[in-house]
Design a protein around this ligand. Structure first.
Ligand code: TRP
Length: 444
């Protein structure tokens, strides 16, 4: 990127990248499918034991090299520069993700319109039908909403991330948070709340399946934007003398909190309205919240619109962070103008995004390797590319980069035992955990 972030700008940008549909949509969906609390416990453990560790590794690569992922590995590797630079291409994973991610933002946009026009469904059954129709029959709405979100994302990236998002983040994050808190307060007064709390916080390991562990790991990577070059890219503009350890811990905390709050609200109403969290798939959040807002009458419509809009912004700041690494790479490597780089990426994303829409329409059902194209992009990025990118980043920082250089970088913020502890996790525990989880899940 062209210049450094301001200190607060960096934290906001990374928090803006981290907090998004991973917390608001993927987290509740996976928690619902995986039986709740035990999955959450796993997710939290993996976030701290693996996510946090790899986050700092990627941050070191970005900060020390001040480059995009491909050039960063190339610059920092003492030998085999070309081979290491290939690891930077895991950023292609982010392009795959953004293609279906924009579609999910597009669904939220559609729901924002539905809230404003008072066309939300009255009960869960109707809500389920409505979501089903949107994704399996309504090409036009998905096409229009996708195109609108798509242009907003690429317009902001074309202006440069720093100018584009600092102001956006400063308003949207707190408002999302306040709306979530208000919803939580309302939820507490409901009977479903106790059931939701039990479902989310009292671990029942009998419900956990081996494959859930890989899901939890994928989610930990996804929600911290790891493994595909986002953190490397943003850290390339990390201003000097920023306490990046406290920043990282804050970001991780906010990220977990938003997921948990969202989970509490969504599941309260799933239980309140008598539904089974296990059954709803990717529509869970939409089905639960749309019904809630409709039941609250006119106030609910206004509130719902406000809530969906702040989710859209949270999603857009994340989507931007998926496009930026590749844009930064094209600009650095081929001397391309930002505009040209952005147009090139935009064309690819538009095509992939359209294929995602076609994959769930009942007339087209575009499938690949036996799953819908949407699920295919989601699975290869979360279950393969991100964990792989994460392991390679930790091996690179742990074994290839000089420990001295890291010590100098970390010295003012984390030293002594904590630094050594991180270093051991980085070299052995985190990569091993990732490999074991991947192998076990793939063999099952
Ligand atoms: N972390 C974001 C979320 O939870 C998504 C995201 C942003 C992301 N940048 C990324 C995911 C890079 C993977 C890779 O919604």
């Amino acid at each position: 990127m062209d210049s450094k972030f301001s200190k607060i700008g960096f934290v906001l940008a990374v928090a803006g990248s981290a907090v998004g549909l991973g917390n608001a949509w993927k987290f509740p969906t996976l928690v619902g499918q995986s039986g709740g609390s035990a999955f959450i416990l796993l997710y939290i453990m993996l976030t701290l034991g693996v996510g946090f560790v790899i986050f700092l590794a990627e941050l070191s690569i970005g900060k020390i090299s001040e480059k995009d992922p491909v050039n960063a590995y190339e610059r920092l590797a003492p030998s085999n520069k070309k081979a290491w630079s290939c690891v930077g291409f895991t950023m292609i994973g982010a392009i795959l993700i953004v293609s279906f991610y924009i579609l999910v933002i597009a669904w939220i946009l559609k729901y924002a319109f539905l809230s404003v026009s008072g066309a939300l469904p009255m009960d869960l059954q109707a809500s389920k039908a409505q979501f089903g129709i949107l994704t399996s029959e309504d090409f036009i709405s998905q096409f229009i909403c996708f195109t609108l979100v798509f242009f907003s994302v690429f317009y902001i990236v074309s202006k440069g991330v720093k100018n584009g998002i600092e102001k956006l983040n400063i308003w949207m994050m707190p408002s999302l948070f306040i709306l979530l808190l208000l919803m939580l307060i309302y939820a507490i007064s409901k009977e479903g709340f106790m059931m939701a709390t039990r479902f989310l916080f009292i671990p029942d390991f009998s419900k956990i399946h081996i494959s859930n562990i890989l899901e939890a790991l994928g989610l930990a990577f996804f929600s911290l934007s790891l493994g595909v070059g986002t953190i490397i890219t943003y850290s390339a503009s990390l201003p000097d003398r920023t306490n990046f350890i406290t920043s990282t811990l804050n970001i991780i905390f906010i990220n977990l909190l938003v997921g948990l709050l969202m989970g509490l609200v969504v599941f309260t109403f799933i239980f309140e309205f008598g539904y089974d969290p296990n059954q709803e798939g990717p529509g869970l959040v939409f089905i639960s919240l749309a019904t809630l807002f409709e039941k609250l009458g006119v106030m609910g419509h206004v509130f719902g619109a406000a809530f969906f809009i702040s989710l859209i912004f949270a999603g857009i700041t994340s989507a931007i962070s998926m496009v930026e690494p590749f844009a930064f790479y094209l600009i650095n490597t081929f001397n391309m103008s930002r505009k040209k780089a952005v147009i090139l990426i935009a064309i690819i994303v538009y095509i992939l995004g359209m294929l995602c829409i076609l994959s769930s329409l009942k007339d087209t059902q575009f499938h690949i390797f036996g799953v819908s194209f949407f699920d295919f992009l989601d699975s290869i990025s979360s279950k393969i590319i991100m964990p792989l990118g994460g392991i390679l980043a930790s091996i690179f920082v742990g074994f290839i980069m000089k420990k001295e250089a890291l010590k100098i970088l970390f010295e003012p913020y984390m030293k002594g035992l904590f630094f050594e502890l991180w270093y051991v996790f980085l070299r052995f525990i985190s990569p091993l955990a990732v490999v074991v989880v991947m192998i076990v899940a793939l063999l099952k």
